[in-house]
Design a protein around this ligand. Structure first.
Ligand SMILES: [Zn+2]
Length: 156
């Protein structure tokens, strides 16, 4: 896979997964564990990973998953990494030493327990059956008329 192919594949998968930045995909595709693979295998594996609902990072492709069998290549040669994954570059924490920034958990893993509880409570509230809105308070009879009379006096 040459640089031009890697750029096109990164752009394509960014269309499929807008939450995967092109730069992150390019970093993955030019990784030594990916760059020497045939373009077809890379696209098959990334496509599989991109369409899995539980996948938050394209770096999951480096794990030994069924996508390598789908591409008909041996996943054994792939160095395995387990999360947590970096929210900036998507690399696994145990593979983050070479990065030019500090490892940072993805935003969805950073929520404090209270914030998570608040989200759960909010969703629970939304699940409640809708109730009839409160009856609006009727203005006292004649209130509007008094205002009109006052305006008439001012303009007279
Ligand atoms: Zn990172």
């Amino acid at each position: 896979m040459n640089t031009h192919e890697a750029e096109r594949i990164a752009a394509a998968f960014h269309q499929l997964r807008p939450d995967w930045p092109v730069k992150q995909l390019l970093t993955l595709l030019t990784d030594t564990r990916m760059v020497d693979r045939p373009r077809r295998d890379v696209v098959v594996c990334l496509g599989w990973v991109a369409c899995e609902s539980g996948t938050s990072s394209p770096y999951r492709v480096l794990e030994s998953g069924p996508w390598w069998r789908a591409a008909n290549v041996q996943g054994d040669s792939v160095q395995l990494h387990r999360g947590p994954w970096c929210g900036i570059c998507g690399r696994a924490q145990d593979h983050h030493a070479t990065a030019d920034h500090e490892f940072e958990l993805a935003p969805d893993r950073k929520r404090a327990p209270e914030a998570q509880a608040a989200i759960v409570e909010d969703l629970r509230q939304r699940k409640e059956p809708t109730r009839t809105p409160d009856t609006p308070q009727q203005p006292p009879a004649g209130a509007g008329r008094a205002r009109v009379e006052a305006t008439e006096k001012e303009t007279a």
